[in-house]
Design a protein around this ligand. Structure first.
Ligand code: FES
Length: 138
């Protein structure tokens, strides 16, 4: 595996929340989250399909309830293994997945659309707010 695509270790991902990291898509930075599963790890883009400028993980881990990810804005819930919205205003939608691979306890980004940038937030957001920061209106 390529060290440049190393995100973190599986042990660093909380079992009842998410691990935030940032990827690069050309000139753009995008946030993503790692979620632990019973048999591995899955990664999603860090947004809610209801309002795509709302982040599931605002910097301190996504809310997790009954084994599902929760958007705290309007309470939508998502299957932790698929990102499928089971309840809420975006029911039936799915959060986009990002390809990752685990090798010897280390998680690597393996999605051809992105390069690994850093762990943590992209820096484009005000972490003190859970509001609609940076909404561009387009
Ligand atoms: S913004 Fe996530 S449920 Fe409305």
């Amino acid at each position: 595996m390529d060290e440049a695509s190393r995100i973190t270790t599986v042990d660093e991902i909380p079992e009842d929340s998410s691990f935030l990291f940032t990827v690069r898509d050309g000139f753009d930075l995008e946030e993503a989250i790692l979620v632990r599963l019973a048999d591995g790890v899955v990664a999603f883009e860090n947004y809610c399909p209801h309002w795509t400028d709302v982040r599931l993980d605002t910097g301190s881990g996504a809310e997790m309830r009954n084994d599902e990810l929760v958007c705290t804005k309007h309470g939508a819930t998502f299957e932790r293994d698929t990102g499928y919205c089971t309840y809420g205003p975006c029911e039936g939608a799915t959060v986009d997945e990002i390809d990752v691979t685990v090798a010897e306890g280390v998680v690597y980004l393996t999605d051809d659309d992105y390069e690994f940038e850093q762990t943590g937030p992209s820096g484009d957001h005000d972490l003190s707010s859970r509001g609609r920061i940076g909404f561009s209106g387009n």
